[in-house]
Structures are given as structure tokens and as C-alpha cells.
Write a protein that binds this ligand. Structure first.
Ligand code: ZN
Ligand code: ZN
Length: 168
């Protein structure tokens, strides 16, 4: 019984060490990714969905169990602060700080700046278009209705002109 418990303890310690290493590596990768995008330690205040997306993009797979997500981000934020201090001391100009961390990570998830998208081109739709009840840009809307007929008409004209050109 005592031996079993000892073994369990050793197993748990080993696992803890393993995660500590993984956490350090993941935090470094994540901090570099954030730094390059001008995402500073305010990212800590972001929604969990935004944080997941950042981990996804920076590391590409879930590297830490759920209970270590917070420590991972706290470590990342600490690295970002360290880097900011280092930059200042060495007169290095960092990449421009993003005015909005969620937008820098996943614009569609930003609670402040997220806009509905155009149904036709998936570009951002302006508030006025929405207020008028459109779900496409005015240009996208008219474009889909008339373009095919026009181009078929043009093609027929070109084809019709060809024998004349050849005869002349
Ligand atoms: Zn935003
Ligand atoms: Zn459009």
C-alpha cells in the first residue's frame, strides 16, 4: 500500500515536471506570437474564446490541460512585460501595439469591433447597409443579377463580329 502511494507520488511529480516544461516552452512561443502582432499583456483580459484562438494559431494544438491555461497566459503576459522593459532599456522599437488585442487575434470574435459580413463577398458590412435591411453590399447585390447576362451578350457580339472581321 505504502509502495503504491509512493509510486503514485512519483508519477504525479513526473507529470507536474513534464507540464512545467511544456508550459515554459508554450509560453515562450505564445509570447513571441503575441509580440509580433503587437498584442501586449492586456490579452489576459480577453475572452477565453479569443485566448484559445491565439493558442491555436501560435502553437497549433492544445498543449496544456485546461487547468493550466491560466498559468500559461500568466507566464506569457510576464514574458511580454519583460520584453517590453528590455526593449525600452535597449532603445528597441517593438512592433506597433495593437489598439485592440481581440482584433489582433481574431477580428470576428471582437466584442467591440465585430461587424456582420456581406453574404456575397464576406467583406465587412457597414452599419448603414444593415440599417436599410441589406445583407450584401449594394455593388455585390446588383453585380450578381446583371453580370452573367451582360457577359453572354458581349460574347455573342464578339462571336457575331468574327466572320465579318475574317471576311474583311
Ligand atoms: Zn476590436
Ligand atoms: Zn460584398
Amino acid at each position: 500500500m505504502a509502495i503504491d502511494e509512493q509510486q503514485n507520488d512519483r508519477g504525479a511529480n513526473h507529470l507536474a515536471e513534464h507540464w512545467a516544461e511544456q508550459l515554459a516552452v508554450a509560453a515562450k512561443t505564445l509570447a513571441r506570437w503575441c509580440y509580433e502582432r503587437g498584442v501586449d499583456d492586456r490579452v489576459l483580459r480577453c475572452d477565453t474564446t479569443v485566448l484559445w484562438r491565439a493558442v491555436d494559431q501560435a502553437i497549433g494544438r492544445p498543449t496544456t490541460p485546461a487547468h493550466l491555461e491560466r498559468p500559461l497566459w500568466e507566464r506569457t503576459a510576464a514574458l511580454l512585460r519583460q520584453r517590453r522593459d528590455w526593449d525600452r532599456e535597449h532603445h528597441v522599437t517593438p512592433p506597433p501595439t495593437s489598439p485592440c488585442p481581440p482584433c489582433a487575434v481574431a477580428p470576428e470574435l471582437c466584442p467591440v469591433h465585430a461587424h456582420p459580413r456581406c453574404r456575397a463577398c464576406s467583406g465587412r458590412l457597414h452599419a448603414t447597409a444593415l440599417a436599410e435591411g441589406f445583407d450584401t453590399h449594394p455593388c455585390c447585390d446588383s453585380g450578381t443579377a446583371t453580370a452573367p447576362t451582360d457577359s453572354v451578350h458581349d460574347l455573342l457580339q464578339v462571336l457575331g463580329a468574327m466572320p465579318l472581321a475574317g471576311a474583311g
